[in-house]
Design a protein around this ligand. Structure first.
Ligand SMILES: [Fe+2]
Ligand SMILES: [Fe+2]
Length: 455
């Protein structure tokens, strides 16, 4: 649905949810043949068919108290009828419903009929999913929010931190090879890099958070390599949020890996200088976008997008960056995406001259440059995705305490947290509000990072 604006998508989503929840609520109260129910089902069918004219399928997901459709979510907190529908789905353990083109009204009727059963009746029938296959309904499936368990094992590197670390380390190999080729003046072969990106797209791009989690692993050594990979992962994660197809995700990933390739022509002592660069050194550093674009232009498999991104990634949204353009023009969307990934990664990584900034500080700093360095809508999407601390996430606080996110707040970076270990590692149980400030106006506690509870 690339051609459809986000507002149109939101409207379609809201309409479908309104109709579907109305139809289910109606069926709970009246028999299937009642005009109220019939009308509601017809309306639902009409709104779904409209959306299925533009795409092969769509899925509604349930996360906590929100219904999610791709990068859009609507909360049940402020909408009573939606809240009721979400509760209805939760009671029946439905986390995801997918609808496919070719959907027939009879299938929808049967689906609503089954979904309207009481949880006990539904369990007696073996659950919603089983009933759909028994009724030979092929255009509607339901289940967990991600892929079914079997596919998950085949395709998804389980989200355990060990597997992710292995995948991350493996992905670094061809990047290291690429950089050593450039350093030694050998011809550059991007086939290996392209394969790694394709592997990441195939395996984890369907999981919105996996790409982010992978990027946030951050090995703090080998900045040159990990930076390239992190920017690539963050690019793909942003692309995924925007609903881009897999081939575009691949190209965004390639552009991320290659964005700083021109730095190979900057003297090492400038790249690694721990103190501030002199004006002359800065000029040498500023050549890397042009040098990178020149190299990529003559490199097989680099693709146009990587070349454009290498050239544009320091230009900034308001074109105040470098290199200087002879005339004003709009930047490529991929360049604006990469600028966000690039800054976020640089701000949150330890380098010789700078201590790693905590996630939140980096995001707040970036927000201050919305509309200047960063494209505002892309940035707000990014912050929402990165800063989303979900209930149940384990987090480390800057006070040394370990806690579990208890409840989200309007300010997504500052949820309520239940402290489980104090700074001395002793077990405690206290719910704290991260929006709380001291007398000087400073926050009492901030989240430093998410932690893997298995570690
Ligand atoms: Fe750069
Ligand atoms: Fe960079």
């Amino acid at each position: 649905m690339e051609e459809t604006s986000k507002i149109e998508k939101l409207e379609a989503f809201e309409e479908i949810v309104k109709c579907l929840s109305g139809a289910v609520a109606g069926r709970v109260l009246y028999p299937l043949g009642h005009p109220t129910v019939q009308q509601a089902i017809e309306k639902t069918y009409h709104s779904m068919s409209e959306l299925l004219k533009k795409r092969k399928d769509f899925s509604l997901g349930l996360i906590e108290n929100e219904l999610v459709f791709e990068d859009i979510s609507i909360s049940g907190e402020t909408n009573t009828s939606l809240k009721g529908f979400i509760e209805h789905l939760k009671e029946r353990a439905v986390e995801r419903i997918s609808f496919f083109s070719g959907l027939k009204i009879e299938e929808l009727k049967q689906f609503i009929e089954t979904l309207s059963l009481s949880p006990k009746e539904l369990t007696g029938k073996g659950g919603l999913s089983k009933d759909l296959s028994r009724e030979k309904i092929t255009s509607i499936t339901c289940g967990s929010f991600y892929l079914p368990e079997v596919q998950k094992k085949e395709r998804l590197p389980a989200l355990s931190s060990k597997d992710l670390k292995e995948l991350y380390t493996e992905s670094l190999v061809p990047i290291k090879e690429l950089i050593s080729c450039i350093e030694s003046g050998k011809s550059v072969d991007l086939k290996g890099v392209s394969k790694v990106i394709q592997g990441l797209v195939d395996n984890i791009s369907f999981d919105k958070t996996a790409l982010f989690n992978l990027a946030l692993l951050k090995a703090h050594d080998d900045y040159t390599f990990t930076h390239a990979l992190d920017v690539s992962l963050l690019n793909m994660a942003q692309g995924k949020m925007l609903g881009f197809k897999e081939n575009i995700l691949h190209d965004l990933g390639m552009a991320g890996i290659l964005h700083d390739v021109g730095k190979e022509f900057v003297p090492g002592e400038i790249l690694r200088k721990p103190s501030k660069l002199t004006e002359e050194e800065m000029e040498a550093m500023k050549k890397h976008p042009v040098d990178g674009a020149k190299l990529l232009r003559k490199t097989k498999y680099a693709g146009d997008l990587a070349c454009i991104v290498a050239f544009e990634h320091h230009l900034c949204y308001d074109l105040s960056g470098y290199p200087t353009l002879s005339r004003k023009r709009k930047l490529n969307l991929a360049s604006m995406i990469t600028t966000i990934s690039d800054h976020y990664d640089a701000l949150t990584t330890t380098r010789p001259y700078k201590k790693s900034m905590v996630q939140e500080k980096a995001l707040r700093l970036m927000l201050g440059f919305s509309g200047k360095i960063f494209e505002p809508i892309l940035l707000s999407h990014f912050i929402r995705a990165i800063g989303l601390y979900k209930a149940g996430d384990s987090v480390k606080l800057d006070t040394g305490e370990i806690g579990i996110v208890h409840q989200e707040n309007q300010d997504l970076l500052r949820p309520q947290v239940k402290i489980v270990l104090n700074k001395d590692g002793e077990k405690v149980s206290e719910v704290v509000e991260l929006r709380e400030k001291d007398s000087r106006g400073d926050y009492l506690r901030s989240i430093l990072s998410k932690v893997d509870p298995e570690e």
